[in-house]
Design a protein around this ligand. Structure first.
Ligand code: HEM
Length: 458
């Protein structure tokens, strides 16, 4: 509920954390989920940290009523915080959809939404299957693989195709290689530190992570810029891909998007559209092979399908859907989502001032015993037995900023899983409990899930 500025504001705050923000940030870098769990145990499902030189005052909460209050509030109650989103800005750029507010945000979402939903989305079904089959064809029986490398390769190719309408050629290869190397710069907590601490952002040459980060980013921008110019100057190169959509778009004053705006949006789609899907897919392979019962039920359902190109049927397979949902519940790739207050706001009976950041925790909400009994157990059946509200289950966030690509991600993951597992049998080499570890601003299974190819059906 939003209060008007004239409402009397009671100085009433939830439990206040005692640990200095610098220490909290370092702890969050190395053990985000453990930290959240410890704080929730100590302070409850809403706790507050006062303003510091590093961050504005912030609240972390994991209560469905609170989440509902945020998702259903007037979007103008919130804005993007410059301080808390600094790492996202470094990666994606100032004009990223994830960093826009108000009318600009609404307009860009409307423009970018169609390719990721409905029939337009389903028209990528064959591309997703073709790309996946190409990847399988590289494997040999007996080979040990890190499955995340391959799910990343698939999701990167798919998003490049959606964005540029192409998935091969020298320009594609160059961009693909640069992106993979760039993302590898922060493939661990240590290497991600510079994203979160500005004083580590010193360009001391190519051998420092920050130096590497800047140089690679510049190269990626150069390729994107040349592709944007090509489309702007040659209308016959325009197709139905996202880049063409953005190049053709005009605002109310008939002005086109600037090159920087288009470039940051391309970076957003490239990043948000493949890292997250790649890590979730890796977790899905892990759970299916770590729990033989789950794999058996999954295969029984898969074997009952005659036509794997019948995408409508695949999208509706109950057990497949439940495996995907349970993975996103137990292993969310985004830990916390923030909304920064533009005006006083009442949340769960507490009143927070403008300038406070509200962070709802996807992880802690998905770990609530009262909603998910035995929350640490992987149990797809929970999703067959009951429906969860959007405030209890929120792997894609919610409200007016809900993930733009959620339907596309679900579609892609279901097609990749069914295509690979209808042909390939694996043995899980990482047959042990796996931790979720930081990869820049998202989370991924530790080591990327090592598997051995046991059999490939023709
Ligand atoms: C398993 C895969 C994915 C997960 C778990 C995921 C998760 C998320 C989450 C949690 C958010 C923040 C939502 C909020 O603030 O309430 C988000 C935003 C976003 N995601 Fe995804 N995402 C996935 C795949 C994708 C894909 C395939 C795309 C393709 C375009 C995409 C594009 C975006 C964009 C553009 C935003 C910013 C939306 C906005 O601020 O309006 N994501 N995603």
């Amino acid at each position: 509920m939003t209060l008007t500025t004239s409402s009397p504001i009671k100085a009433k705050l939830p439990n206040i954390t005692k640990v200095p923000v610098l220490i909290q940030t370092i702890q969050a870098m190395f053990d985000q989920f453990g930290l959240q769990e410890r704080y929730c145990k100590k302070y409850g499902d809403i706790f507050y940290t006062p303003k510091s030189s590093l961050l504005p005052p912030y609240v972390i909460f994991s209560n469905p009523q609170g989440i509902e209050q945020v998702f259903t509030a007037d979007p103008n109650s919130f804005e993007i915080s410059k301080q808390t989103t600094a790492p996202v800005r470094l990666l994606l750029g100032d004009y990223s959809l994830a960093l826009l507010d108000g009318i600009e945000h609404k307009r860009q979402r409307k423009l970018l939404m169609p390719p990721f939903h409905g029939e337009r989305m389903k028209s990528y079904g064959q591309t997703i299957r073709d790309i996946t089959e190409k990847i399988i064809s590289q494997w040999e029986v007996g080979q040990s693989i890190c499955i995340r490398d391959y799910t990343q390769e698939i999701s990167l190719r798919v998003i490049l195709r959606t964005i540029f309408g192409l998935d091969e050629g020298s320009k594609y290869d160059e961009l693909r290689n640069l992106l993979v190397d760039w993302l590898d710069i922060f493939n661990s907590s240590w290497k991600s530190l510079f994203l979160f601490f500005p004083w580590l952002q010193k360009d001391l040459g190519n051998w420092t992570p920050w130096g590497q980060f800047l140089r690679q980013k510049k190269l990626i921008h150069q390729i994107l810029d040349s592709e944007i110019e090509l489309r702007q100057n040659n209308p016959d190169t325009l197709g139905d891909d996202i880049l063409s959509l953005m190049v053709s778009a005009r605002d109310e004053d008939n002005q086109p998007m600037s090159k920087a705006e288009i470039r940051d949006e391309l970076m957003t789609m490239l990043f948000a559209g493949h890292e997250t899907t790649a890590s979730t897919l890796a977790w899905e392979f892990y759970w299916l092979h770590y729990l033989p019962d789950v794999k058996q039920k999954f295969m029984t359902e898969l074997n009952s399908i005659n036509d794997l190109t019948d995408y409508n049927t695949i999208l509706k397979l109950p057990y497949l859907g439940a495996v995907v949902s349970e993975t996103l519940r137990l292993n969310p790739v985004v830990a916390l989502i923030g909304r920064h207050l533009t005006k006083p706001f009442e949340l769960m009976g507490y009143t927070f001032e403008a300038g406070t950041s509200l962070f709802f925790s996807i992880y802690l909400t998905h770990q609530r015993e009262d909603i998910y009994p035995e929350p640490k157990q992987f149990k797809p059946e929970r999703f067959l037995e009951r429906q969860f509200s959007p405030y209890e289950y929120l792997p894609f966030g919610g409200g007016n900023r809900r993930c733009l690509g959620y339907a596309f991600a679900l579609f892609e993951m279901k097609l990749v899983l069914t295509t690979i597992l209808s042909k390939v049998e694996f043995e899980l080499l990482d047959n042990r409990p796996l931790k979720s570890v930081r990869r820049g601003i998202t989370f991924s299974p530790d080591g990327g899930v090592r598997m051995k190819v046991k059999q490939i059906k023709s």
